[in-house]
Design a protein around this ligand. Structure first.
Ligand SMILES: Cc1cc2nc3c(=O)[nH]c(=O)nc-3n(C[C@H](O)[C@H](O)[C@H](O)COP(=O)(O)OP(=O)(O)OC[C@H]3O[C@@H](n4cnc5c(N)ncnc54)[C@H](O)[C@@H]3O)c2cc1C
Length: 501
């Protein structure tokens, strides 16, 4: 297995390929020979436009100037996701980044709120979230250095144009020594001694060899699956949406800093506001909805005429059994895909890259590294999967076959346990450093309609009037803070407006 890794080839130039190339070229510079192969004829999925706050860790690793990044990708800011019609038709809730209220006397905030809520005497949870209030009012600013103010913590993410993002990262990586080859891979050669990938043959006859191959070739996994036959774990019985159709349009209203996800009779549609257009898409289960019906639904709900032809996408929800197999590491859609409900696709690329940095096989391939890498990736994906399943399982909707199916399906054990913990005394714990924290679980469990029987007993050691006073204080500080924030539009105009084409 020992073989020095000097030459790395990335197959694929979608978001995964160029994010990986940008990070490797930044971290390793000219210590590695890095080549990316992509084919314009094959193309990219050209979706993946909503992110979560962890993206700023990636931007910081690259050392990007955030205003320039937003300008170049025609981006906007994102404070959370609004879920409409998920619990029931006509109902909506927000899953914000950031916290609700503030923990007091070592007890999580939501227990205080639950006490009043269960008595029928508490305002909506969103009143205790700066980000929800700002999002609903179209406000945005970066965190302010104001002591003890909710404005000092504003976790935010971005919406951006996926094609411009890949282009931006390509410029970044090429400026740092990454080489790009335009061409379609038509054959892959493996070594007879150990089955490792040896080289890729392009349609024009070039043969490209490397020590390490990073498969960013999209859903089909040209190297990890079609060549190495790694195998795939199917999660379609929990997450039946396996198709999408995407179609952008011009915005018909002011941009608000959040994504909207609207549940349909089966599946859901997204609305992602960018500076120059709105991204729209319908994620649907092929078992229940045909492509023609999906397109009709999407078009019928769009706020303006489409700017492009519909982009149909097809996948199997699940994960590759090993993301790292021999001398091939799958990053992006080739590693697996959990549907895009909580915008986790680009995040999984980013964590795979950071894991690759940690486990980089400078001195050759070690099975123990490969095993731990795969174990960590598996855990991360399963934790995210369970959080996504939560949105479907916890619903009051029974109006279509799709909703009856997801409401009544069995769910993974870990999720069952989390639901049971909350249902009794409102307990929520983040496990094994999972991506979604207590705020996220609370927002979605409450938003989807789960009501616990009780709350933390220590809350009863406070007089009810005191609990009420504390809640009112938090609500009023948040409302006043939001009043001082600029609108997202004025923030963008001041710092990061994209140039017109
Ligand atoms: C409907 C949908 C919505 C999504 N929304 C979000 C979201 O809001 N937020 C988020 O974080 N993620 C989202 N994702 C996930 C996100 O889009 C992907 O994680 C991201 O775009 C990475 O894709 P990729 O680079 O792995 O694959 P692709 O974009 O498919 O790129 C594959 C690359 O491989 C190349 N290639 C393939 N075969 C060959 C060959 N034979 N020879 C040469 N080159 C080849 C192609 O040319 C292309 O460059 C979404 C995904 C889908 C399907």
């Amino acid at each position: 297995m020992l073989q020095h890794v000097n030459k790395v080839v990335i197959l694929g130039g979608g978001s995964a390929g160029w994010m990986t190339a940008a990070a490797i070229s930044k971290v390793f510079g000219n210590k590695l020979d890095l080549t990316l192969i992509e084919s314009e004829a094959v193309g990219t999925v050209s979706v993946g436009e909503a992110t979560i706050p962890q993206i700023s860790l990636f931007n910081n690793l690259l050392g990007l100037d955030e205003n320039e990044f937003v300008k170049k990708t025609k981006g906007t800011f994102k404070l959370g996701i609004e879920f409409a019609n998920w619990k029931e038709k006509g109902h909506s809730y927000m899953h914000p980044f950031g916290t609700f209220g503030t923990n007091m006397d070592a007890i999580q905030f939501h227990h205080y709120w639950l006490k009043m809520f269960l008595k029928g005497d508490a305002p909506d949870l969103t009143k205790y979230s700066l980000l929800c209030q700002a999002a609903y009012k179209g406000k945005f600013c970066r965190p302010q250095a104001i002591k003890n103010s909710p404005l000092s913590s504003i976790p935010y993410a971005f919406h951006f144009d996926a094609t411009l993002y890949a282009k931006y990262l390509r410029e970044f990586a090429e400026a740092r020594g990454a080489k790009r080859i335009e061409g379609k891979v038509q054959d892959v050669f493996t070594r007879s001694s150990d089955g490792f990938i040896d080289s890729l043959l392009l349609e024009d006859g070039q043969r490209i060899n490397a020590d390490l191959f990073i498969d960013c070739s999209g859903f089909k996994g040209l190297l990890i699956e079609q060549t190495l036959k790694t195998g795939y774990e199917d999660w379609g019985h929990w997450l039946p949406c396996d198709r999408a159709v995407a179609m952008p349009c011009k915005a018909a209203k002011e941009n608000y800093p959040y994504t909207v996800s609207t549940a349909q009779d089966a599946g859901w549609t997204w609305r992602i506001p960018l500076q120059h257009r709105v991204g729209n898409g319908y994620v649907y289960p092929s078992r229940f909805v045909s492509d023609e019906q999906a397109l009709e639904t999407l078009k019928g709900q769009m706020e303006n005429e489409p700017l492009n032809k519909p982009n149909f996408l097809k996948w199997q929800t699940g994960r590759r059994k090993q993301m790292w197999n021999k001398n091939c590491i799958a990053i992006g859609l080739s590693a697996g895909f959990i549907e895009p409900l909580e915008s986790t696709g680009l995040h999984l690329i980013q964590t795979a890259i950071s894991r690759l940095m940690g486990f980089f096989p400078h001195q050759g391939f070690n099975q123990v590294d490969i095993d731990v890498f795969n174990k960590q990736t598996q855990l991360e994906m399963e934790q995210i999967r369970d959080f996504i399943i939560l949105h479907y399982k916890l619903t009051d909707r029974e109006d279509t076959e799709f909703w009856r199916y997801v409401k009544n399906m069995d769910v993974p054990k870990g999720l069952e346990e989390k639901l049971a913990l909350y249902a009794t005394n409102g307990r929520i714990f983040r496990q094994d450093n999972e991506l979604f924290d207590e705020t996220s679980w609370l927002a979605v469990m409450h938003g989807q309609g789960l009501r616990p029987e009780g709350y933390h007993p220590l809350v009863d050691t406070f007089e009810e009037a005191e609990v009420e006073r504390r809640l009112k204080h938090i609500e009023s500080v948040i409302a006043k803070s939001v009043d001082t924030m600029p609108t997202q539009q004025s923030f963008i105009d001041q710092y990061c407006a994209a140039m017109a084409d």
